[in-house]
Design a binder for this molecule. Structure first.
Ligand SMILES: Nc1nc2c(c(=O)[nH]1)N[C@H]1C(S)=C(S)[C@@H](COP(=O)(O)O)O[C@H]1N2
Ligand SMILES: [Mo]
Length: 437
């Protein structure tokens, strides 16, 4: 198992052309869409012969002896053979573990649901240990009736179950000035997706009765960071969830146990974990996380504020730097696409750095503000390839190239990098993170 593939440290400015591949222009409209399906073809898979049949002397132990009994593992764990499939950190991004990030192993994940133990983590003040019997959520400010909810109160109210992604605004943020983190876990692993269960925020707001002047809500966490953000009432009344469960069980401590806010499609930071207070006001608060952080420095020297929505984005999760191709021939290119604006409408895949594109299949559920799995069958002839995916959402928005993004945003941003990702697949089947303009 490879660990950290970092090519540049934080101290050394990232090289914009680490692999010697010339940057080139995206060929707009020059695409010829090839046939979408590729037959596996005879010989794609190893042939079996009669001597492969299981004869007694080859019977493996697992077929000869009884296995473990029930409940040998009261809370089930993955197979020991999957031990390497874990969240990982990057040393130079983790000077203090309490204010850091761990990345989800996207290269070994399937479908669109992130297992709870693999959900990426971003904490600004560590993971608090909160007793649900003592936890209280306060709702006050410009309301007719200030309210306070225990966990028991919250769990008596009508609930919803919704599948949504959470993506840190800083996901892919280290790639602004050049290809840097060599692995999809590090370049894109600050996104995860779960089925969230909880009470609609609008239900609580209607109970309290928001006064006409109430246009914003301060949403505040109970962790040592006391993380707080200003949320517009319109979004709060639309689709936000005060969530207490994740994929069928109570939230994990790392994800905000016993209760967090889910703000579908909006940057991770406003999805406040360990939620303890909702204050209704008539204007935003301009707290730390929406001024010195989570704003975007533009080429003019001014910064954009309140860029909440996560724009359409996609990435190929296999092949990728962690997933080497071992043979020529038939392979399935697979990846994830998502958009904070709604559903993914289409994903195109290129194997030649964006000159030609083919439509990928969207496999399984295609839900708004959720991860969507895409795939494309492919015959690899063993030659180098530049693999890319490009997402389009239901608003018609198309994922930009890194050049298109830099032309508008400059080079000094951290947040909201949704550029097309390129993997340079080399003859030996190993892929590398590159940028091709
Ligand atoms: N109270 C609190 N809420 C928080 C944070 C935090 O540090 N404290 N981190 C935020 C950030 S920056 C992100 S990206 C998401 C990450 O959610 P996750 O750790 O469940 O993946 O939580 C957000 N909510
Ligand atoms: Mo974040």
């Amino acid at each position: 198992m490879k660990t950290n593939h970092k090519k540049n440290s934080a101290q050394t400015p990232p090289n914009t052309n680490t692999t010697g591949i010339a940057r080139r222009q995206f060929l707009v409209g020059g695409a010829s869409v090839a046939a979408a399906s590729v037959a596996m073809g005879a010989g794609a898979l190893p042939k079996a012969s009669a001597k492969d049949a299981i004869i007694p002397k080859e019977v493996p132990d697992w077929s000869r002896y009884l296995g473990e009994g029930v409940n040998s593992n009261p809370y089930g764990q993955p197979s020991d053979f999957e031990k390497g499939v874990v969240r990982r950190t990057v040393d130079w991004l983790t000077p203090t573990p309490e204010s850091s990030v761990s990345f989800a192993p996207l290269y070994r994940m399937h479908g669109i649901i992130t297992p709870n133990g693999l959900h990426f983590e971003r904490h600004h003040g560590g993971v608090p240990e909160i007793d649900p019997a003592e936890h209280v959520l306060l709702l006050h400010g410009f309301v007719d009736r200030p309210l306070k909810f225990s966990m028991r109160d919250l769990m008596r109210l009508p609930s919803v179950n919704r599948i949504h992604f959470v993506e840190c605004a800083a996901n892919t943020g280290m790639e602004w000035r050049g290809a840097q983190l060599n692995g999809v876990q590090y370049s894109h692993g600050m996104v995860s997706s779960s089925e969230w269960t909880g009470v609609k925020l609008s239900t609580l707001l209607k109970e309290a009765g928001v006064k006409d002047a109430g246009k914003w809500i301060l949403v505040e966490g109970a962790d040592a960071a006391g993380l707080s953000r200003s949320l517009p009432i319109k979004k709060a009344m639309d689709d936000c969830i005060v969530a207490y469960a994740q994929n069928g069980e109570m939230l994990r401590p790392e994800q905000g146990y016993p209760v967090r806010l889910i703000v579908p499609g909006w940057e991770g930071n406003i999805n406040v974990k360990w939620l303890r207070r909702l204050e209704i006001g008539d204007k935003p608060w301009h707290h730390r996380e929406e001024t010195s952080k989570y704003t975007d420095l533009m080429p003019s020297g001014k910064a954009r504020q309140f860029t909440w929505e996560m724009e359409a984005k996609s990435v190929i999760t296999s092949p990728c730097p962690e997933n080497q191709l071992m043979d020529k021939g038939y392979h399935t290119i697979s990846g994830l696409a998502w958009s904070g604006a709604g559903k993914i409408k289409r994903v195109d895949v290129s194997t030649d750095g964006g000159r030609n594109w083919q439509p990928a299949a969207l496999d399984g559920l295609v839900l708004p503000k959720s991860l969507t799995r895409f795939s494309l069958p492919w015959q690899w002839n063993g030659n180098p390839a530049l693999l890319q995916s490009r997402a389009m959402d239901e608003t018609g928005y198309v994922q930009p190239t890194i050049k298109q993004l830099r032309d508008v945003r400059g080079e000094w941003s951290i947040y909201h990098n949704n550029a097309i990702q390129t993997w340079h697949l080399k003859k030996d089947g190993v892929s590398e993170n590159v940028q091709v303009g």
